[in-house]
Each structure stands twice: as structure tokens, then as C-alpha cells.
Design a protein around this ligand. Structure first.
Ligand SMILES: *Cc1c(COP(=O)(O)O)cnc(C)c1O
Length: 374
């Protein structure tokens, strides 16, 4: 047995998802490949998304942006979460657009550009209600004012103005409408300061699919890129790209009243066959899914029983003729095996957390199209 866990990523699904969202949103798209492409592998996903027509790549950190450049990706990149004392010179030299939210941060970026003799390209972020990054209140006129001054000096260029929605997952939400107005006001202030941003953007996946007023020039798509419907509404054409699979590594027949895994939190109520799966919470199977989780084994959904441990968990295979080496699908694109959405429900979390939780020792492999179907 050559592997314990494998995440098979279908890049044809990623490409199809780009086209599906583009057809609905009718804007340019930024493929958000932060957190190693939501666990799928940032570089492979970025290549597939750009080839399918996405115009931009989005990441949170310098390291992520630079690794895309090192891999040869030349598409425009926006990176938006930095400490003000980071080495912005490296990012400017790599032609990475910087999301900037504060005046001290803007000063640092302008200074790095001057040192380098190059103009930094920034996208100013307004806070329209999320209260994380972004300038709010009097900070926004200050930020846009300073940015204009630096533009006139020639030390930077403001390509974009943007923000991020707090609850686009609730269609028709009053709060989305309020944030769209706050964003329009932020744009008005930026233009009044003399800025002329060519790129304005606010929408994530959910807004790209359901909130036309929030689409502006570009939608930043994360979860929909990976084929997960952010609204759980079954958007036609979205195809989950990742299948997490493994194999049975041990099988035992046990009697009624047998304790299973730590605790034991589970005791068998009948004679049964237990199959050991070599994946645990370090590999992304959340402990919180205990008592609800299922996997696909021998053409059937079988329950995971007892506590999910760091490296392994136990499947109750009942009377199925299970043998060591039998394939197990932990989650897949849907139809029969459990999905990312199922795991998120079982663990009381979001699909984002399930996908990004898939651990480093699960090897990633890539397919294009049919071959990925299991
Ligand atoms: C993660 C992220 C996104 C993608 O959000 P989804 O809801 O997964 O589409 C978009 N914009 C920003 C700023 C983000 O941090």
C-alpha cells in the first residue's frame, strides 16, 4: 500500500467552475488560492483557473504570492494581509498588487517603492462592515488622500479600491445592501480625493452568484472555484473538485459490547466488522464529526464509530465483506459518497474549514476530467 490518504483534485472541475461563475457574474474573476488553494494546491489550481479565463489570482500573504511567481505564474496577483513592517520591496519587484488598509502601511509601501526605484501598485481596502482589515470612518479619507499624494509624487499607483462582505451567504440580506452603499460611498470619497481606480471589487463567491449589485468590475471567488455552493442551494454547474480517499488498513470481527477507540465513546450493540481507516484529525477529519460522520466503503455509506483520533478512525462495516486494502472514499464530488458539505454539517463548521483542514501528509494528485471520477 503506497499511501494512507490521497486528495485527488480534478482540475477540469476547477476550470468548469470558473466558467460557471463567469457566466452568472459576467465580470472578470479573481481565483482565490490562499491557504494552498483551500487545500487543493495553490499552483495547480491557479494554473487551471487562469487557463479557464480567470484574470486574477488572490492570496493573503507575501509567501503565497511569491510562491505563485516562483512557479512561473505571470497573471496579476493581489495579496491582502501584511504586517506593516514586511519586506514590500520583494512584492513590488514581483509585480504583486498590495491590499492596503492603513496610512502607516501605505507609507511603508511607498517607501519600499522609492527604495526600489519602482512604483508600487496598491489596491486600497475600505471597511464596509466586516470590521477586520480596511479603513473605516475618518481613516478612509486620510488613506485615499495620502494615496493620491503618493500617486502625484510618482511613488505608487492606485489600481483598485475594494472591500469584503460580512454575510453574502444570506441571499437578499439587508446587510449586503448596506455594505454596497457603504462601498459606493467609499468610492465616491476616493474619486473626490482625485483617485481613478480602474478596478473596484466587493463580491466573494456567494455575492458573485446571488448579489448583482455587489459585483462591480471583478468577483473574488474562493469556495465556488472549488465547486462548493456557498449557499447550499445547488448552483447548476458547480462541481466539487476534490475527492479524499484512503484504504482500509486493518479489519477485525468483534462481538457485541466491544469498546471502540478512546474512551470508549462507542460500544458495539451487535457483532460486527470494524475497518480501520488511517486518517484522523491531523489529516482533516474533525473530531467534532464524531457520531455523525460516514464514509463510502463497499458501495455503501458506513458510519465512523467512536472517537476520531489524530491519525486514524474506525468504520463500522457491519456484515460487509471488507478486506485490508479496500478503497474508502471519505468525501467526494457527490452522488453517493459523502461530500465536503456533509462533513461541514457533521462537524458544525464551514466547507472552507473542512477543505483547508486536509493535512499535509495527505498527498495531492491531479487529474483532468473523467479519470478523477471514482
Ligand atoms: C477568502 C476570501 C475570498 C473568497 O471567499 P469565498 O466566500 O470563499 O468565495 C474573497 N475575498 C477575500 C478578501 C477573502 O479573504
Amino acid at each position: 500500500m503506497s499511501f494512507l490518504g490521497e486528495a485527488v483534485v480534478d482540475l477540469a472541475a476547477v476550470a468548469a467552475n470558473v466558467r460557471t461563475v463567469a457566466a452568472v457574474a459576467r465580470t472578470d474573476l479573481m481565483a482565490v488560492v490562499k491557504a494552498d488553494g483551500f487545500g487543493h494546491g495553490a499552483i495547480a489550481v491557479a494554473r487551471a483557473a487562469i487557463a479557464a479565463g480567470a484574470g486574477w489570482l488572490g492570496v493573503t500573504s507575501s509567501a503565497e504570492a511569491l510562491s505563485l511567481r516562483s512557479a512561473g505564474l505571470t497573471a496579476p496577483i493581489l495579496s491582502w494581509l501584511h504586517a506593516p513592517d514586511e519586506d514590500f520591496g520583494r512584492l513590488i519587484a514581483a509585480r504583486v498588487d498590495l491590499g492596503v488598509s492603513t496610512v502607516p502601511h501605505l507609507h511603508a509601501v511607498a517607501a519600499a517603492g522609492r527604495r526600489l526605484g519602482a512604483r508600487a501598485v496598491v489596491q486600497l481596502k475600505a471597511d464596509t462592515g466586516l470590521s477586520r482589515n480596511g479603513a473605516v470612518g475618518h481613516e478612509w479619507p486620510e488613506l485615499t488622500g495620502w494615496a493620491r499624494k503618493y500617486e502625484q509624487e510618482g511613488s505608487l499607483r492606485v489600481r483598485g479600491v475594494w472591500s469584503h462582505l460580512a454575510d453574502a451567504e444570506t441571499p437578499g440580506s439587508v446587510s449586503v445592501a448596506r455594505q454596497v452603499s457603504a462601498f459606493d460611498e467609499a468610492l465616491r470619497i476616493a474619486r473626490a480625493a482625485g483617485l481613478d481606480p480602474e478596478l473596484t471589487h466587493l463580491a466573494n463567491s456567494a455575492a458573485a452568484l446571488t448579489a448583482p449589485a455587489a459585483r462591480y468590475d471583478l468577483c473574488r471567488i474562493g469556495i465556488a472555484l472549488y465547486g462548493i455552493d456557498p449557499l447550499g442551494a445547488g448552483t447548476p454547474g458547480l462541481r466539487p473538485a476534490l475527492t479524499l480517499r484512503s484504504r482500509v488498513v486493518n479489519v477485525k470481527r468483534v462481538g457485541r459490547g466491544t469498546g471502540v477507540s478512546y474512551g470508549p465513546d462507542h460500544v458495539t450493540t451487535r457483532p460486527t466488522t470494524l475497518a480501520l481507516l488511517p486518517l484522523g484529525f491531523a489529516d482533516g477529519l474533525p473530531r467534532a464529526a464524531q457520531g455523525r460522520a460516514e464514509v463510502w466503503l463497499h458501495g455503501r455509506r458506513c458510519p465512523v464509530v467512536g472517537r476520531i483520533a489524530m491519525d486514524q478512525c474506525v468504520i463500522d462495516a457491519g456484515e460487509l465483506p471488507v478486506a485490508v486494502g479496500d478503497p474508502v472514499t471519505v468525501l467526494g464530488p457527490g452522488g453517493t459518497a459523502p461530500t465536503v458539505a456533509d462533513w461541514a454539517r457533521w462537524a458544525g463548521t464551514s466547507p472552507h474549514e473542512i477543505l483547508t483542514g486536509i493535512g499535509a501528509r495527505v498527498r495531492r494528485t491531479y487529474r483532468y476530467g473523467e479519470a478523477a471520477a471514482l
